[in-house]
Write a protein that binds this ligand. Structure first.
Ligand code: MG
Length: 417
């Protein structure tokens, strides 16, 4: 383990997290004993059931659609209601999995048992064979609606239901995707985005997504890495995302440039499921290597964390099947002193779910992904302006998701299936 890499973690998150960091000065414990420790975290319940003294039986769970927008509405037998907005980009293809493989399981169940229900529905109808975002996006949609329902009942935000509140505000990094454009044009477009949010950190794309070292266009990355630093100055925190562009050797070569220009995160240097190569790259470099947005398995994450493959974990609330599963990843990482910087998928209200999650993790990184606010879904929020004020967004304080979606908009939706 590279000591310089280790040092990053101290500055990346809170002192309380650093206090549990056992590895800086001593020999790493055997993987088996780390696995046993992480396994304990996997078995701990996440949802705070103590807020709900009596059963909350699910009477109905509906998937509603209006044009390309999908909403999940869940109701309890006592008349409580919860709403979620799905990841519409993925749900367009995946809604039959919601309707056929997940929805029937939840009717008549006690919502307080959400931890257990999520584990059981994974086995129900052999759903585990679908493990990937095909299963997890529809399940996350259900989980978010159930959490909204429970939060409204208890007068608690979603964050308060799954953890303690560590972050009432979330500092954002501006994510940019201008692959295919020249370095010079990319800089201008990145600047325009950063200007809008006043973010103190940014992320840009390097290489050519999953391309085995083909840049897009050729020569862009090597020009852009120094240019971004020069253009935005020493005070800007800079992250780069390769989306699995490289083989290990090339990833290390490009990573060395990032070190030279003091980058703070290198995301998916090699294809996401090349675990051995990811470790090779992370071990060779001092710039912290991040990954996990495509990861679908808790036990893959356990391995990636326990074997020090990733320096920063990035579960995606939707792609990974919701906040309870993502919280287990964050807590495993926290146990070994690693920060969590969740990935955010672009459509719907993904950023809201991500912010509630970040509010409740003890090892949040210094900046979190931001791809713009959704203005297509009409809602009101009385506890946050939901704008980036000098690069910082206030997390709504609830209850539930903390926003009221316009009832007229919900009414336009028709039941699916
Ligand atoms: Mg990424």
């Amino acid at each position: 383990m590279n000591l310089k890499r280790r040092n990053f973690f101290k500055s990346a998150f809170s002192a309380s997290a650093a206090a549990v960091l056992p590895l800086a000065s001593c020999r790493a414990p055997a993987v088996e004993s780390i696995n046993a420790e992480l396994e304990k975290i996997l078995q701990k319940p996440v949802l705070k059931k103590q807020f709900f003294p009596s059963p909350v039986m699910i009477e109905s769970l509906e998937l509603l659609r209006y044009r390309d927008n999908f909403i999940c509405r869940v109701r309890s037998t006592q008349g409580a209601e919860g709403i979620s907005v799905s990841n519409n980009m993925q749900m367009l293809s995946l809604y039959p999995i919601f309707v056929n493989r997940l929805q029937p399981y939840f009717i008549g169940k006690d919502a307080r048992e959400l931890d257990r229900l999520i584990e059981e529905v994974y086995v129900y109808q052999s759903n585990y064979k679908l493990q990937s975002l095909a299963l997890w996006v529809p399940l996350a949609t259900i989980e978010f609606a159930v959490l909204d329902l429970l939060g409204r009942m208890a007068g608690k935000s979603i964050g308060e239901l799954i953890g303690d509140i560590f972050n009432k505000k979330v500092a954002v990094y501006q994510a940019n995707n201008f692959r295919g454009k020249s370095a010079e044009e990319s800089i201008m477009l990145i600047q325009k985005n950063v200007e809008e949010t006043k973010a103190k950190a940014l992320k840009f794309k390097v290489g050519g997504r999953m391309s085995r070292n083909a840049d897009s266009p050729p020569g862009r990355t090597e020009k852009l890495i120094p240019l971004v630093r020069k253009f935005f100055g020493d005070d800007m925190t800079i992250y780069a995302d390769a989306n699995g562009s490289y083989t290990a050797d090339e990833a290390i070569r490009i990573g060395r440039m990032m070190e030279l220009y003091k980058f703070d995160m290198y995301e998916e240097p090699v294809p996401f499921d090349w675990f051995e190569e990811t470790k090779q790259v992370a071990d060779a470099l001092t710039v912290p290597v991040a990954g996990g947005e495509q990861e679908s398995s808790l036990y893959h994450f356990r391995w990636l964390i326990g074997n020090r493959v990733l320096d920063i974990v990035q579960p995606d609330m939707f792609y990974f099947g919701g906040m309870i599963r993502s919280m287990r990843v964050a807590l495993m990482a926290h146990h070994l002193g690693l920060p969590c910087v969740p990935h955010i998928s672009g459509s719907g209200l993904g950023y809201l779910y991500m912010m509630h999650f970040v509010s409740a993790i003890p090892n949040a990184g210094p900046y979190h992904e931001f791809k713009g606010f959704n203005t297509a879904i009409p809602f009101e929020c009385s506890t946050s302006t939901l704008t980036s004020e000098n690069g910082v967004v206030t997390v709504p304080t609830g209850p539930g998701l903390g926003v009221e979606i316009e009832p007229g908009f919900i009414k336009k939706h028709k039941s699916v299936g």
